[in-house]
Design a protein around this ligand. Structure first.
Ligand SMILES: Cc1cc2nc3c(=O)[nH]c(=O)nc-3n(C[C@H](O)[C@H](O)[C@H](O)COP(=O)(O)OP(=O)(O)OC[C@H]3O[C@@H](n4cnc5c(N)ncnc54)[C@H](O)[C@@H]3O)c2cc1C
Length: 381
């Protein structure tokens, strides 16, 4: 359905990434899930040729590909379809990239984005030991020294911290002023005072590891703060508003994958001489989910187009995230029901889809937080 609104070039891009996912990702998915590890050679392919995922949003003048928002979303759907655990190569890379693109000076953009264009991985550490839904209340601090800052605190659920070469970190320079003191900093992985602590044992998205980070007198020079004192929270939210759209497309990719499995099973499974799809009890929910997938994709596409036009799209983005997340959960649940006893059988992908969907839903803001954002836009603050 969204096809109607994609250009010829975008349809070709979709075919290209669909084929890449089929060739390089699909054969590895079971191994990634079972070992909870992404093979090194696959990381190489995803970060460099032929996928170039982290570099897709980096401006051409810094060596990146600088493709449009809708293009990124089209690719995100294909990665979500193939293996959601791999989406941070696009998603988290974009979070990192946007911190610097939206908040950095020309000199900082040149220094930090060129590294991403060359295949390095960046991560985004906003969530603190305090509730992720309230980043203004974060406890991590940045204390001013002569030549920079000393960061102390603890970050949580930081995706791909183990692969990352560069970290975008948020900490509060003035805790007494709440969120108004939060600033953004860029830190190299080997900096003294930055330690990867335990990684969270997610039941889904296996291979995607999200770590706790310890910040202990972590020194950051003044020139590596992005923006001014207190710019961090606004920047973090602007960044998220951009990247939540492609994450929504990732959700749609997983919903599409679940629907395809359900359709295949319903055609092949014959009970008392009748393929089960001939029962309305099976066919109608499939028809509903298919309609909802198209509706959710169109809604996310609207947010992407508004974002490309630089129009305020916070409400539309959160609406899309709510709907795409819900459709993803509904699709995996319905596919599980249609597969009967095979739903829980590890020979079928549905049990993995269920785990992935439920482990994924809170990323970049829980559904409740997106409802808070939409309600605020409707009712005022
Ligand atoms: C797979 C995954 C990857 C992640 N990767 C990263 C990353 O790379 N970097 C990073 O910084 N963070 C990352 N996160 C963290 C994510 O942003 C947080 O999990 C999310 O913001 C929720 O925070 P929390 O888990 O602390 O839940 P809490 O904020 O403690 O929320 C608990 C519950 O309260 C509800 N709630 C909170 N406020 C309200 C309200 N006002 N009204 C109604 N209900 C409310 C929430 O919806 C939730 O149900 C990741 C999370 C996941 C799941």
């Amino acid at each position: 359905m969204a096809e109607t609104f994609y250009t010829k070039e975008q349809l070709a891009l979709r075919e290209k990434y669909r084929a890449l996912v089929k060739e390089h990702v699909m054969p590895r998915v079971k191994e990634i899930d079972e070992k909870d590890r992404i093979p090194k050679d696959l990381i190489e392919k995803l970060t460099k040729a032929p996928f170039f995922l982290p570099a897709l949003s980096v401006p051409k003048k810094f060596g990146g590909h600088e493709i449009g928002k809708v293009d990124v979303c089209i690719i995100a759907e294909e990665i979500g379809y193939g293996c959601p655990a791999l989406i941070p190569f696009l998603e988290i890379a974009q979070l990192y990239t946007y911190v610097i693109k939206l908040g950095g000076t020309d000199e900082q953009q040149k220094r930090f984005l060129g590294r991403i264009a060359s295949g390095e991985v960046g991560c985004y550490a906003l969530t603190d030991e305090t509730p992720g839904s309230d980043p203004a209340g974060m406890k991590s601090t940045a204390t001013k020294t002569d030549k920079g800052f000393l960061l102390n605190g603890r970050k949580r659920l930081i995706s791909y911290a183990d692969f990352s070469d560069i970290f975008a970190l948020f900490a509060n320079e003035d805790p007494a002023s709440g969120g108004k003191g939060v600033s953004a900093f860029i830190v190299d992985k080997n900096t003294k005072g930055l330690t990867l602590d335990k990684h969270d044992l997610l039941f889904g998205l296996k291979g995607h590891r999200a770590y706790d980070l310890k910040l202990e007198n972590l020194f950051v020079p003044i020139e590596d703060r992005i923006g001014q004192k207190g710019d961090g929270l606004k920047l973090a939210l602007r960044v998220l508003s951009n990247t939540r759209i492609s994450l929504s497309f990732g959700h749609i990719g997983l919903a599409r994958a679940a629907l395809e499995v359900a359709v295949k099973f319903a055609k092949e499974r014959v009970i008392a001489g009748t393929p089960i799809y001939k029962h309305q009890g099976i066919a109608f929910p499939v028809a509903e989910i298919a309609s909802e997938i198209d509706a959710a994709r169109l809604m996310a596409l609207r947010a992407a187009v508004l974002s490309e036009r630089n129009v305020d799209h916070r409400k539309e983005t959160s609406m899309a995230k709510i709907l795409c997340g819900r459709v993803m959960l509904r699709a995996v649940e319905q596919a599980n029901l249609i597969l009967g006893g095979y739903g829980g059988d590890t020979e079928w992908p549905i049990e993995r889809y269920l785990r992935d969907a439920f482990a994924w839903i809170a990323a970049q803001g829980t559904p409740e937080i997106h409802r808070v954002i939409v309600a605020r836009e409707i009712f005022g603050k």
